[in-house]
Design a protein around this ligand. Structure first.
Ligand SMILES: [Zn+2]
Length: 188
């Protein structure tokens, strides 16, 4: 969310999953501010639906299997944002300044983006996590794109990457995990 002392000026969403977007419509109405999301996810946000991404480990695959079978919880439904608009690099710069940038970082989902703030910090949504010592997202629709997106992020000058789940990650740690994951892939 982009805001100041007066409230919230705009809501930028990193991707369309219900754990990230379910309150967007009510916050938008409360603060009378626009909601933005990258183009590939816009239809889902406007219609209030999304799809659970694929699990990348046995535990998350089990959660993916359980989700449609839980009677009182639906990941795939949330209050729609019918007036949501496309999030673009120009828009990010207009709200956050010329040094800010929007990067496409698919992998977790096709619509995933990251926002670079002031050249040194990136808000990365679910492009990575920092949970239980793990950086690789437990859910990814395009697992092969995750490392490509990490490379995109490492090519910025950012020193800190802030995931939506878990504490900020320093560049050295992301680089080390990236190189390890790459070498594992090469060995397969
Ligand atoms: Zn997500």
């Amino acid at each position: 969310m982009v805001g100041g002392t007066r409230g919230i000026d705009a809501i930028f969403l990193t991707h369309c999953h219900s754990d990230h977007v379910a309150n967007a419509q009510s916050l938008s109405a409360l603060f009378r501010c626009p909601v933005y999301l990258s183009e590939p996810g816009l239809n889902m946000l406007q219609s209030g639906t999304c799809r659970m991404p694929k699990g990348t480990n046995p535990f998350s695959r089990l959660i993916g299997w359980l989700e449609p079978r839980i009677p009182f919880y639906r990941f795939s439904r949330f209050p729609a944002c019918p007036l949501a608009e496309p999030l673009t690099d120009a828009l990010v710069k207009s709200y956050l300044g010329e040094q800010a940038a929007l990067l496409r970082t698919p992998g977790h989902s096709a619509d995933s983006v990251s926002i670079v703030l002031g050249r040194s910090i990136a808000l990365v949504g679910d492009a990575m996590v920092n949970v239980a010592g793990m950086l690789y997202p437990p859910f990814a629709d395009e697992p092969e794109a995750v490392l490509t997106s990490w490379k995109t992020l490492l090519e910025t000058n950012c020193e800190v990457f802030c995931p939506a789940h878990g504490s900020p990650i320093k560049r050295e740690r992301l680089l080390a995990v990236y190189q390890k994951q790459k070498s594992n892939l090469t060995r397969i």
